[in-house]
Design a protein around this ligand. Structure first.
Ligand code: ZN
Length: 427
C-alpha cells in the first residue's frame, strides 16, 4: 500500500532543504567562468557554479543522500523480515480466525483483519520509522518538530491508512474471490482508479489533516507567478501556501490534483527563504509539469506499472502458496491471511523496480526543467535555484548512481542544462 501511494507523490517539488547555505543564498554571484564571453564553455560554467558550494555543506548533503541509498535496502529487508515473522508464527492466520469469529459478513471480515494487521506492522515497523523519520531528520537539521507533534502526525497517518487501506483491501479481496482467474486485471484497474480518486481528494481532505493550506494574499509574490501562468496558458487564479515548516526546513513547491482540483502550492520555507527570482525559477518548472500534462502521463505510467505488478503478484503468489501456504495456514489467494505475503512480494517488486520508477519521475522532472528554462529565459537564476534548493541531494553523482537513485535530476545535471541553454542562446 505504502509503495503504491509513494508512486503518486512523484509530481512533487523541485525540492530539498536549506539551513547551512541560507546565509550565502540571497545573492550567489555569477562566477567568472559562467559570465557571457566568446569562449563560453557550459561544462566549465557548471563546474564554477558547483565550486561555490562550501565543502562542509557538500560533505553533509552527500552523506545525507547516500545514507538514503542504504535506507532503501534496509526498508525493503525490514519489511520482508516483518512479513516473514507474521507468516511463520501464523499470526496472520490467527488474525483471520479472530475476524471470522466476529462476523460472517465477508467485506467486514477483511476489514477487521486489516485493522489488526496494520496495527501489528505499525508497531513492528516503528523502530526503523522513528530512526528514519525523526532522529535522522533531526541529525541533519531537516526536522522542525519535537517528538510529541511528530508522533501525533504518525498516529494520524496510521488512521488515514487504516480507513483507506480497509476500503481498498476489502474491495480487492472481493474481486479475487469473485473472479479467481482474472482478478489481477480487474484488481489492477480498481487499484488505479482508487489512486486517481485519492489524488483528487488528497489536497482537499488529507493534506489539511497535517498542514494548514491557505490562499496566498501577497500580490508582490502572487502577481509575477500568475503573470507567468497566464503567459503560458495556465488558467490559475490563485496560488496557495502550505505551512511545511511545521515538519521540515525543506523548501518546495508542487502542482497537485487533476482537472479542477489542480493547483499551485508553495511551501512557506520557499516563501521565507527563497529570493523572488528563485521562486520564479521554481514556478517556471512547476508550470512545465502542468503544460506538459505530467499528471495525466503519470496516471498512465502508474496504470501500466500496476498491471505489471498485479501480473507479477498472480504468478508469484501461486508459487509461494503452493510451497508454504499450508505451513503459514493460508487457504488460498482469496484468504485475507495472504496479505503479509502480498506485501512481502510487493516490497521486493518495487525495490527491484526502483531505477525504473525513479527514471520515469526524473525524466518528467527534467522535461519540466527544460520548460522552465524556456519560459523564464534566466539560466543563471535557474542555476542559483538549483544550488539553493539542491542542498540535501547529492549535487554531483556518477551517471549510474543518478540513474538508479535520483527521482529528480542532480544539481549538476540541472546546472549543466541551464549553462548549455545559456551558451546556445549567446550565439
Ligand atoms: Zn517537478
Amino acid at each position: 500500500m505504502r509503495t503504491a501511494v509513494l508512486l503518486f507523490c512523484c509530481l512533487a517539488s523541485f525540492a530539498a532543504a536549506a539551513a547551512p547555505l541560507a546565509t550565502m543564498t540571497a545573492n550567489i554571484p555569477v562566477p567568472p567562468a559562467a559570465q557571457p564571453s566568446a569562449h563560453f564553455d557550459p561544462q566549465a560554467a557548471t563546474d564554477a557554479y558547483l565550486a561555490l558550494i562550501p565543502p562542509d555543506a557538500k560533505a553533509r548533503s552527500d552523506a545525507y543522500f547516500e545514507g538514503g541509498y542504504w535506507l532503501l535496502l534496509w526498508d525493503a529487508l525490514y519489511g520482508v523480515a516483518i512479513a516473514l515473522l507474521i507468516l511463520n508464527f501464523r499470526w496472520s492466520a490467527k488474525m483471520r480466525d479472530l475476524a471470522e469469529r466476529i462476523t460472517r459478513f465477508g467485506p467486514l471480515r477483511t476489514m477487521i483483519y486489516f485493522v489488526q494487521y496494520l496495527l501489528v506492522i505499525s508497531i513492528l515497523g516503528f523502530p526503523l520509522a522513528v530512526y528514519e523519520g525523526f532522529f535522522r531528520e533531526r541529525q541533519y537539521g531537516l526536522a522542525t518538530q519535537t517528538f510529541g507533534p511528530w508522533m501525533g502526525d504518525q498516529l494520524k497517518f496510521v488512521l488515514v491508512n487504516l480507513i483507506l487501506g480497509a476500503i481498498i483491501t476489502a474491495a480487492l479481496f472481493g474481486i479475487v474471490r469473485k473472479l479467481p482467474r482474472t482478478w489481477w486485471i480487474w484488481g489492477a484497474l480498481v487499484t488505479s482508479v482508487f489512486l486517481v480518486i485519492l489524488q483528487l481528494i488528497a489536497p482537499v481532505y488529507i493534506f489539511p489533516l497535517f498542514n494548514k493550506i491557505t490562499r496566498l494574499n501577497d500580490p508582490k509574490v502572487t502577481e509575477p507567478i500568475l503573470r507567468l501562468a497566464r503567459a503560458n496558458g495556465i488558467p490559475a487564479k490563485d496560488v496557495y501556501q502550505i505551512d511545511a515548516s511545521r515538519q521540515t526546513t525543506r523548501m518546495s513547491a508542487n502542482v497537485s490534483g487533476i482537472g479542477n482540483t489542480m493547483r499551485i502550492t508553495l511551501n512557506d520555507n520557499l516563501l521565507r527563504r527563497g529570493t523572488p527570482e528563485e521562486i520564479q525559477a521554481v514556478m517556471g518548472h512547476e508550470m512545465g509539469h502542468y503544460v506538459l500534462n505530467h499528471a495525466y502521463k503519470g496516471v498512465m505510467e502508474t496504470l501500466i506499472l500496476i498491471v505489471v505488478w498485479f501480473a507479477a503478484l498472480r504468478w508469484s503468489l501461486d508459487r509461494a502458496l503452493a510451497r508454504w501456504g499450508e505451513r503459514w495456514g493460508i487457504r488460498g489467494v482469496g484468504d485475507t491471511a495472504v496479505l503479509p505475503l502480498v506485501l512481502l512480494l510487493s516490497s521486493i517488486f518495487f525495490f527491484v523496480l526502483t531505477p525504473i520508477t525513479n527514471t520515469l519521475t526524473r525524466t518528467a522532472e527534467y522535461e519540466a526543467d527544460m520548460y522552465g528554462l524556456n519560459a523564464s529565459r534566466e539560466p543563471d537564476r535557474f542555476a542559483r535555484a538549483a544550488i539553493h534548493l539542491g542542498e540535501y541531494r547529492k549535487m554531483s553523482p556518477g551517471p549510474v548512481e543518478e540513474w538508479i537513485f535520483f527521482d529528480h535530476p542532480s544539481g549538476r545535471t540541472r546546472i549543466l542544462a541551464a549553462m548549455r541553454w545559456k551558451g546556445e542562446n549567446l550565439k
